[in-house]
Design a protein around this ligand. Structure first.
Ligand SMILES: [Zn+2]
Ligand SMILES: [Zn+2]
Length: 118
């Protein structure tokens, strides 16, 4: 299957943005038929507004993307082992350990933390 970059119009700001071939492949691999309806900046804005973070089913590891100012990491699509949401992780998912979205990662990490570490 091949994909090509596609120009879409953002529902929120009416600005055009590119639904890249890579994103299309990612969406397709997840069986999603809906195209994104918002440009990346509007998605980020909505995400920062919290409540609708999961609406697009797409969560990014914002904090990991730039690792304290170091060069941005190559991000890899993955499915959260906890909630099944799509996310991106700064390493290649190998299948030998669960991958979590940022929300679940924080939750799981908090739960698995030994009481003595608290
Ligand atoms: Zn927009
Ligand atoms: Zn999750």
């Amino acid at each position: 299957m091949s994909f090509a970059d596609k120009a879409l119009v953002c529902r929120d700001c009416n600005g055009s943005f590119v639904f890249t071939a890579g994103e299309q492949e990612f969406y397709a691999s997840k069986g999603l038929q809906n195209e994104p309806v918002r440009c990346p900046s509007c998605r980020t804005a909505r995400k920062n507004a919290r409540s609708t973070e999961e609406e697009d089913g797409y969560v990014r590891y914002g904090a990991f993307a730039s690792f304290g100012g170091r060069t941005p990491r190559q991000m890899h699509p993955a499915t959260c082992a906890e909630c099944g949401m799509m996310t991106e992780v700064p390493f290649v998912p190998r299948g030998d350990r669960p991958v979590y979205c940022s929300a679940c990662y924080n939750k799981v990490r908090a739960e698995t933390k030994a009481p003595s570490e608290l």
